[in-house]
Write a protein that binds this ligand. Structure first.
Ligand SMILES: [Zn+2]
Length: 307
């Protein structure tokens, strides 16, 4: 008993000492989103700041299990309320078809993803939102597509973006940051063993459904999501019309979808800046050259200079 107690005290002291400076580092990373370069895209090695420290506070299997439970509950509630759209519903078929095209291009971004049991369901709802939970469980609320009148390219960009949040484990990282901040502010650790963190948070499932991401997370999800969707044959220029629609359609709600995924002039500019890297991927998926691509929303073809 004594040895065990001393060991616990030692580990707690070590984790506390280790985490205190991380909190300051977390704030710095929030302020300065890591840079992106076209070169990194060409090498398929888009790299952002070192967020592994925070992700590693929660075991991925633990979070994926929690997410699967939350997903099952959401689907169960929708079945009970008769709002779960059936497999033969045209909207369900449409979003599943788009997701099925994209998933093969998603797997390289997360070693665990090839073993995820990907699922996608649509709930009839006026809500304009969708979410991809850790582990590949996707819920689409029909208002997102019906009310904003999204076309297939926009749905493709939306699914790509949400999948990217899950692949890059942004939720795991944010929950880890919360844990680090809790340890810092309370002066001593609340828990022994961070792998238990997720299971001791009663509202973690709800948090997963309404997770608000940082500008750096959004940028990463835009870049990786656009790449996945473009390779699957969805027009990357649709990301601009998609987020413009979401911005104007959901801003009025306090916790609207655009609040969960912050979007402003800088992010829009980033989307446009990366277009010359995405257009060739889209053209290749269609078996065309960039010059042969049709016009989209008057945006041109974003050809790289010198070509
Ligand atoms: Zn997002």
């Amino acid at each position: 008993m004594t040895v065990s107690f001393k060991l616990r005290a030692l580990v707690c002291a070590w984790t506390w000492a280790s985490l205190a400076p991380l909190s300051a580092q977390a704030q710095d990373e929030q302020k300065t989103p890591p840079p992106y370069s076209a070169q990194s895209t060409q090498n398929n090695q888009i790299r952002f700041g070192n967020t592994a420290l925070f992700r590693n506070l929660i075991a991925p299997a633990t979070l994926e299990a929690q997410a699967a439970e939350e997903y099952a509950q959401v689907i169960h509630d929708a079945e009970r309320n008769k709002t779960l759209l059936p497999d033969n519903n045209p909207l369900v078929k449409r979003v599943r078809d788009i997701a099925n095209h994209e998933v093969p291009f998603a797997l390289k971004w997360n070693d665990r993803a090839k073993n995820w049991k990907w699922e996608i369901n649509v709930i009839k709802s006026p809500d304009e939102r969708m979410v991809c939970l850790p582990g590949g469980k996707i819920v689409v609320y029909s208002g997102l597509i019906d009310k904003l009148r999204l076309n297939d390219n926009e749905i493709g960009m939306m699914i790509g973006h949400e999948i990217a949040h899950a692949l890059r484990e942004h939720a795991r990282e944010r929950l880890g940051r919360q844990q680090a901040a809790q340890l810092s502010s309370n002066g001593m650790p609340q828990l022994f063993g961070f792998s238990n963190y997720a299971s001791q948070q009663p509202d973690i499932g709800d948090e997963l459904l309404t997770m608000r991401y940082s500008p750096a997370d959004e940028t990463e999800a835009d870049v990786i999501g656009s790449e996945i969707a473009s390779r699957a044959g969805y027009d990357p220029r649709a990301a601009v019309t998609l987020w413009n629609k979401i911005d104007s359609g959901t801003r009025r709600a306090d916790d609207g979808f655009i609040w969960l995924h912050p979007y402003g002039p800088d992010r829009r500019q980033d989307l446009l800046k990366r277009m010359p890297d995405m257009m060739p991927l889209y053209a290749k998926a269609l078996g065309k050259t960039t010059d042969q691509l049709p016009n989209y929303a008057g945006m041109g073809r974003f050809k790289k200079s010198g070509r």
